[in-house]
Design a protein around this ligand. Structure first.
Ligand code: SAM
Length: 288
């Protein structure tokens, strides 16, 4: 449907369907007509590509994705949006809607069943209340996808785009850089949404790495160590990891020394390679 990001058209559709926004579901819908075509283009929607969209709203972005990609499968939690989408996306036969919480959908199975022979990418204007869990589950489950392009609130974007070894980094930064190469595509002002949130947003694309960094023998342990390391902001690596993993401080200290790191180093000062060698040293010492 044309003109879908026109605020008058949106208001008319929503009022005809008696739709009211749910704050709890992070429903801030895009009303800036320039944003969705850019997300669709830069997110890789084109012939030969299948797109998974998370959270359709009334289908503003979905519409642009359907125009460009071979197939779009969208997962939306709010079943009140189904009749709205039946109207706004009526012209597309390459669209499928799944009403569910995206965190409960087996996306590996969905990709096998829906996107045979297609390259797959994820595109979404994410509900802000579960930004990190969604991104982490997309990356950690090692889905056969090329990229994940998402709009997130600026604060979440800062953490996701922080460099490993910088002040702004957190456990999510390590995970994101382990599985992908993240990059900022563009910023979006708060006025581009209805209702307008209190913060601006940005669009980030994660290009999935074909090969993750070398040297990790147990990914589960590596990420447990990373989460422990960043669980207490501004604490030393030694304190955070020994309390987070319930490991004696002397053992953590030994692992730090084995990697020739300063005794009182902080996790945010470490590179990916240093984090990996520290977790490997710690694992060897614990396993003894
Ligand atoms: N794509 C639309 C747009 O740009 O206007 C809507 C984006 S809005 C920020 C987020 C959407 O995600 C809403 O439609 C909301 O109902 C949906 N949503 C919230 N939690 C979800 C979940 N756990 N699984 C799937 N969709 C969810």
């Amino acid at each position: 449907m044309d003109g879908l990001s026109n605020i008058g058209v949106i208001k008319d559709i929503l009022s005809r369907h008696g739709f009211t926004f749910s704050k709890a579901l992070g429903q801030n819908f895009l009303v800036n007509p320039t944003v969705c075509p850019r997300i669709a283009e830069m997110g890789g929607a084109r012939p030969g590509v299948g797109i998974i969209e998370i959270g359709t709203g009334i289908g503003v972005l979905t519409n642009e994705l359907c125009k460009r990609a071979d197939k779009v499968v969208a997962v939306e939690i709010d079943e009140r949006l189904k009749p709205v989408l039946d109207e706004t996306l009526a012209e597309y036969d390459n669209f499928k809607l799944i009403i569910s919480d995206v965190l409960k959908v087996d996306l590996g199975k969905l990709i096998k069943e829906e996107f045979e022979g297609l390259e797959v990418a994820v595109c979404a204007n994410l509900p802000y209340y579960i930004t990190s869990p969604i991104i982490m589950s997309l990356l950690e489950s090692r889905l056969p996808i090329k990229s994940v392009t998402v709009m997130v609130q600026k604060e979440a974007g800062t953490r996701l785009l922080a460099k490993v070894g910088s002040r702004d980094m957190g456990a999510v930064t390590v995970a994101v850089n382990y599985f992908s190469e993240p990059g900022l595509l563009f910023n979006v002002s708060r006025g581009s949404f209805m209702p307008s949130p209190n913060v601006d947003s940005c669009v980030i694309r994660f290009d999935i790495r074909e090969n993750t960094p070398e040297g990790v023998t147990d990914e589960g342990f590596f990420f447990k160590t990373v989460r422990a390391a960043f669980s207490q902001r501004r604490k030393t690596l030694s304190n955070s990891v020994s309390s987070g993993l319930s490991v004696d401080k002397s053992v953590v200290g030994k692992a730090i020394a084995e990697c020739s790191l300063p005794e009182s180093c902080r996790p945010e000062s470490l590179s990916m390679a240093q984090l990996i060698s520290f977790s490997e040293a710690l694992k060897r010492l614990i396993d003894i």
